[in-house]
Ligand binder design. Structure first.
Ligand code: SF4
Ligand code: SF4
Length: 109
């Protein structure tokens, strides 16, 4: 059996560990930030909870794409949360904790 696939997996594994952005708690414990990747607009109800808890100005409410009309002929689209400044994210995951709909996707980088 060729060692190539195994070596590749080991390389990828080590790369993950070495490349991950790490931090430390005040008490000196290691901590891996998980940065915001996306928000599921199908689940989002536009409540704004995540916006309120984010201290880094990463999120913003945007117009939801048009979804038809109600029985009165009014546009049924409303607002949904969007990741507008991902570069500001510190990976604290406060937004996820505030969201009752589990819309946020995070990842360590
Ligand atoms: S992880 Fe923290 S900094 Fe990033 S968007 Fe969520 S609340 Fe804001
Ligand atoms: S807390 Fe969740 S449901 Fe509310 S706006 Fe944010 S992503 Fe949408």
């Amino acid at each position: 059996m060729s060692l190539k696939p195994i070596l590749f997996l080991v390389y990828e594994f080590i790369k993950e560990i070495v490349m991950a952005i790490m931090g430390y708690t005040r008490g000196g414990k290691e901590w891996t930030p998980k940065f915001i990747e996306s928000i599921d607009v199908e689940k989002c109800i536009g409540c704004g909870r995540c916006y309120k808890v984010c201290s880094r100005d990463v999120l913003e409410l945007i117009e939801k794409p048009f979804e038809g009309e109600d029985e009165y002929g009014d546009d049924m689209g409303n607002k949904v949360m969007s990741v507008v400044r991902p570069e500001n994210c510190i990976g604290c995951e406060a937004c996820s904790k505030a969201c009752t709909k589990k819309c946020h996707v995070h990842a360590a980088i």
